[in-house]
Design a protein around this ligand. Sequence first.
Ligand SMILES: [Mg+2]
Length: 308
Amino acid sequence: MNEFDLIEKYFNWQTNNPDFLGIGDDCALISIPEQHKLATSVDTLIEGVHFPSNTSAADVAHKALAVNLSDLAAMGATPLYFTLALTLPNIDESWLEGFSSSLKTLSEKYNLFLLGGDTTKGHLSITINVTGTLPINQALLRSGANVDDIIFVSSTLGDAALAWQKIQRDKTPGAKILKKFNTPEPQVLLGKKLLGVANSCIDISDGLEQDLSHILNRSKLGARIDISDIPLSDEVLMYVENTKDWCLPLAGGDDYELCFTVPKDNIDQLELITKELDIKLTKIGVITKNQDLEIVGLNKTCTSYQHF
Ligand SMILES: [Mg+2]
């Protein structure tokens, strides 16, 4: 099977959408909706660095697209299309079958199209560039937080980090936390609902402490959060109670939940969103004037995920 056959068989999901010209020409062509901007982001996953070597092809595909969609969610963008650069050590058709069908399933769930890409031979790595749309002047930015905004996070934190830690120590993670590690669900619907409600937002990819600090730095403000308010699943709660290792949920990374700040006047709207999406949103603290991040109950410094 050559490169062209591979693309045709596994990645040419032609759409009849008149807004796109996808795979088959030298470039993809895209129509941009009026009064909108494009939001675009790229992420690479490398075998052995971002996922263990024995991860299924379906889970690799899901995670590669989900982590990119999470960046769109953080801005409140609506997914539009993505491109894929796939580096494979060899052509394994059963692997490609699993990868392709999982990628297609997640892309259909969020209604975005695969418009092009590239395949090369080498160590397994997946690069996805995702693009969405945003109404002009409505994006959720890291720089928008105000003093006295309430800080919220979605779902629970630390699940993926605990699963990864257990895998590395040859222990078996529980099904729930393993699912969050292998197939995180991007908070795309929540991000869109937060437009006009939240003042600032980020997705938690490198750990709450580091990612909240990005909001604080960009907004030139500080925050006070309390570790007893951090939402934890049963498995992470048990781990933290046994080890006192609060750094795992605070700095473990790979959560792909949203951390956002909301002015007091919009809390009622946020409660409606919680009900409408049937989602867990937890208040963890407040934005302050002095420019530090105070973590009540934490008596050590955590080391957040570093890419190098
Ligand atoms: Mg991000």
